[in-house]
Design a protein around this ligand. Structure first.
Ligand code: BES
Ligand code: MN
Ligand code: ZN
Length: 499
């Protein structure tokens, strides 16, 4: 969808002639004397369009206007959630008509207009359609959305950033939604190289031999059961030439997770094509960074492979040596995400990073704990945790901090290696994070478990593009503050050092 921003007073909206007009009103709506305002006022007065968020009314060719099809949605007091709901409802209504190719979204009140990014993200989300593997793709019905408001000219920067964020979210959705036979490790590497065509982004892709040379035996052990070759993708965004240390993002890129020899049950196994949504979110963030060009440096690391059973596959009980030198007893081959992430965390050390954030569809246990509303967030650093929480709230892509008490790591002890890769069912999201923490001792670190938030189930099955919104917000916030200064090193946070 193409977006355009246009300054336009409510009194002139009736003169516009897109295929449809979606008018968002709030309880602060002030009617002037133009035909459209009077019509809305009549609907409000009659109670038909009560001051209830989400209420809508529609009509064709309202008198005295050029409008073909009008939908009015009430956003209540225009809170963030109500505005998102109103725009989403309105766009879904318009989407159901095959005739609407262009539309106007008019935000009639200043409160709504000031929340332009919310409206843009909601409109994009509601109009999104996945088409790549359909033989006759219908595509998006609404090709162009003009967003208008009285003082729209004030919000050009917010508009540009929101449109760039949409591009990132949609790239993440696209790769998340593609089935595993259309989204292999090499496909993901090609996608990363595509992003690196932007001048501020560069990309290096390591093949199996090079990964071996790096010593990433834990990552390679997961890949071994698959006939597809693994890739280790390194993306670099340089927006600050004064060479401040980078923030490192690590995305889990399991292009399909069968569980390996610890095979998963058949029901819903198709959803394990989404097990690379962490990787897709890193690609999405880089897409947005390339467009917005903020003043900071970011590195993206994507270990990507399949988790398959096979004659050569990793077996329960096998012990592998990670890049850090720590040995790992693989008690369950389905706990593979942590096995590929631990080597990427070790690799991240070489950047002397200001902070490292890994993003992973890591545990079913996190879905049980937090459902589809908030991503799980774990961190060894209170400042970083607070910044991620704040970014999640303002981007409406929220997370919730989870604990990392050392007692949770008890179950990871084993007689046969430095650490086991599982610790039983209890607190499964936390024990997974405790495993990762052992490899993140040298920098402020956060782990986002997006198992519940990265994709929707049921009839709306599909990638959500989360947590690109949160991460972009976090990074843009960082671009405006001195980075190192914001992370006081707490010795307790840094207690787990590599052996
Ligand atoms: N990719 C899965 C996690 C997952 C499962 C995400 C279901 C979303 C829905 C991960 O690799 C996995 O299989 N984790 C295991 C860990 C267990 C063996 C300790 C899990 O959660 O069952
Ligand atoms: Mn698994
Ligand atoms: Zn997995």
């Amino acid at each position: 969808m193409n977006f355009e921003l246009q300054a336009c007073a409510m009194a002139r909206v009736g003169e516009k002639s897109e295929d449809a007009l979606l008018l968002v009103v709030s309880s602060k709506f002030e009617a002037k004397a133009d035909p459209l305002s009077l019509l809305v006022k009549a609907w409000l007065d009659s109670g038909e369009l009560e001051g209830q968020p989400g209420k809508w009314v529609q009509t064709h060719r309202p008198q005295g206007t050029n409008v073909t099809r009008l939908v009015v949605v009430h956003a209540g007091e225009a809170s963030d959630k109500n505005l998102r709901q109103a725009v989403s409802t309105g766009i879904r209504l318009l989407k159901s008509s095959p005739l609407i190719k262009s539309a106007r979204l008019h935000l009639s009140c200043e409160t709504s207009l000031a929340k332009l990014p919310i409206a843009i993200l909601a409109a994009a989300d509601a109009s999104y359609v996945y088409t790549t593997t359909h033989s006759k793709p219908e595509g998006r019905k609404i090709k162009k959305l003009t967003i208008s408001g009285y003082r729209a000219a004030r919000y050009v920067q917010e508009f540009d950033r929101a449109v760039a964020t949409v591009r990132g979210i949609e790239l993440a959705k696209e790769w998340g939604n593609r089935p595993a036979n259309h989204a292999s490790p090499t496909h993901l590497a090609e996608a990363a190289k595509g992003i690196a065509k932007s001048k501020s982004v560069s990309c290096k892709v390591f093949d199996e031999k090079q990964i071996q040379k790096l010593g990433m035996e834990s990552f390679l052990a997961v890949s071994r059961g698959s006939v597809l070759a693994p890739r280790f993708i390194v993306l670099q965004y340089r927006g600050d030439v004064s060479s401040r240390a980078p923030i490192v993002l690590i995305g889990k890129g399991i292009t399909f997770d069968t569980g390996g020899i610890s095979l998963k049950p058949a029901a819903e196994m198709d959803e394990m094509k989404f097990d690379m949504c962490g990787a897709a979110s890193v690609l999405g963030v880089f897409r947005t960074l390339a467009d917005v060009a903020p003043k900071l440096n970011v590195v993206g690391l994507i270990p990507t492979c399949e988790n398959m059973p096979g004659g050569n596959a990793l077996k329960p009980g096998d012990v592998v040596t990670s890049m850090s030198g720590q040995t790992i007893e693989v008690l369950n081959t389905d706990a593979e995400g942590r096995l590929i992430l631990c080597d990427a965390l070790t690799y991240a050390e070489r950047f002397n990073p200001v902070s490292v954030i890994d993003i992973a569809t890591l545990t079913g246990a996190c879905v049980i704990a937090l459902g589809a509303v908030r991503s799980g967030m774990f961190s060894n650093n209170d400042v970083l945790a607070a910044q991620l929480t704040a970014a999640g709230e303002s981007a409406m892509d929220p997370c919730w901090r989870m604990p990392l008490d050392d007692e949770y790591a008890e179950g990871l002890k084993t007689n046969f290696a430095d650490v086991a890769n599982v610790a039983g069912r209890a607190g499964g999201a936390v024990t997974a994070a405790k495993f990762l923490q052992r490899f993140a001792g040298k920098f402020p670190w956060a782990h986002l478990d997006i198992a519940g938030t990265a994709w929707a189930q049921g009839s709306a099955k599909g990638s959500t593009g989360r947590p690109v919104g949160m991460l972009v917000q976090f990074l843009l916030n960082q671009a405006s503050v001195p980075l190192r200064a914001s992370y006081p090193v707490n010795p307790n946070d840094q207690a787990v050092l590599l052996k």
